[in-house]
Write a protein that binds this ligand. Structure first.
Ligand SMILES: Nc1nc2c(c(=O)[nH]1)N[C@H]1C(S)=C(S)[C@@H](COP(=O)(O)O)O[C@H]1N2
Ligand SMILES: [Mo]
Length: 351
């Protein structure tokens, strides 16, 4: 698909076409939607859970988009424009490719090839090792330099923030990549609610620390828990989301359930999984990878074909499921949206 750059809006970038809300209001809306018999070709073949008894093969109650062309940026959109979220029985995405025309990776691929060192360093072993990981109850504490600190449980987050489908490329620093249809909400919306103080300059994220569930946390090679950070303007950028799901389903443990960060223009290790704390801070946080190997992993970690990792080139990558390598794109293909964040900064020095 060719889009003139003048026509590119954030909406075109991640192809958001579906928005969801949950809760009582949503369930009522769901009933209305189904009784109207609205359906679209691209809608998931799913029915609201509580409507099971009346659900017949046709017509299927669906999560339609109120008005795809009028859909606007996530943070200002009233929740009322969203459709009810109902977890589909089968993985579902409303598009088949990203905005560059690259096909989505399969649900199978995305859930069976993972980096999650709290479980194991074996990518193909994470899925099996994480099946019993306890994601409920789960709370996320938002605090630090904010006027409105708050502890959310996952229901609060699902209910309060409109969930959107966002198709992004994920580029691991190890030079492989995937195209993933995430479900999630704008981090900016959460941060606005927290109301950062003016001296807050960075956002610091922390993964659960629980060696009983995370055997990898017994390893002394790393400083647990996993920590990541963003500059506050990076955190507020429209492309940055907290993900709650993937392919229309709630996140599985191997992908960072119940809540993980997704910052598509940075290497995958910035996308911290299974988050329990989000703090606004004054100083640049030291991430687990910065602490482990400061010469190899910097704070910024912007995808950059021209800045090699000390031990390998970053100019090409292997898309999972493909044989030949592809060129790596500056900022993972999101340069137009994010390069202004780094104006006047050396991308070599700030790797
Ligand atoms: N807590 C935690 N978050 C993490 C990691 C990890 O080991 N622990 N690995 C990172 C790396 S290196 C990558 S590439 C992505 C992989 O995400 P995926 O398994 O969902 O594809 O998660 C990132 N987030
Ligand atoms: Mo990675």
């Amino acid at each position: 698909m060719q889009i003139k750059s003048s026509e590119i809006t954030p909406e075109h970038i991640y192809l958001t076409r579906r928005r969801f809300m949950v809760g009582v209001g949503a369930l009522v809306t769901g009933a209305l939607v189904s009784s109207c018999g609205s359906k679209t070709e691209s809608a998931p073949a799913i029915a609201p859970v509580q409507a099971k008894t009346i659900a017949t093969p046709t017509p299927r109650p669906v999560a339609t988009i109120a008005n795809p062309t009028a859909a606007s940026a996530s943070t200002s959109e009233p929740a009322a424009a969203a459709t009810p979220y109902v977890e589909p029985a089968e993985p579902f995405a409303s598009v088949k490719a990203d905005e560059l025309g690259d096909a989505l990776n399969s649900y199978q691929e995305i859930t069976n090839y993972n980096n999650f060192y709290e479980f194991t360093t074996e990518k193909e072993g994470v899925a099996a090792m994480s099946t019993n990981f306890k994601t409920s109850p789960w709370t996320v504490e938002v605090g630090g330099l904010v006027n409105n600190p708050k502890t959310y449980d996952m229901d609060d987050l699902w209910r309060k923030f409109t969930q959107e489908e966002r198709v992004y490329r994920l580029r691991c620093v190890e030079a492989w990549s995937m195209v993933i249809p995430w479900l999630g909400f704008s981090l900016a919306a959460l941060l606005k609610e927290a109301d950062p103080m003016s001296k807050a300059k960075y956002v610091r994220f922390e993964t659960l620390y629980d060696p009983k569930q995370f055997p990898g946390q017994e390893s002394a090679w790393y400083t647990w828990p996993y920590i990541e950070g963003l500059r506050i303007d990076e955190a507020m950028h429209d492309l940055t989301i907290l993900s709650t799901g993937m392919y229309g389903k709630r996140l599985l443990p191997q992908n960072g359930a119940p809540l993980r960060l997704v910052v598509p223009w940075k290497y995958g290790f910035k996308c911290i999984k299974s988050i329990v704390r989000i703090d606004l801070v004054e100083e640049m946080p030291t991430s687990l990878w910065m602490a482990a190997a400061p010469r190899e992993y910097g704070f910024y970690a912007n995808v950059n074909p021209d800045v090699p990792h000390p031990r390998w080139s970053q100019s090409t990558e292997r898309r999972i499921g493909e044989w030949s390598r592809r060129q790596t794109l500056p900022f993972n293909g999101y340069a137009e949206q994010v390069s202004s964040l780094y104006q006047g900064m050396s991308l070599q020095a700030n790797f």
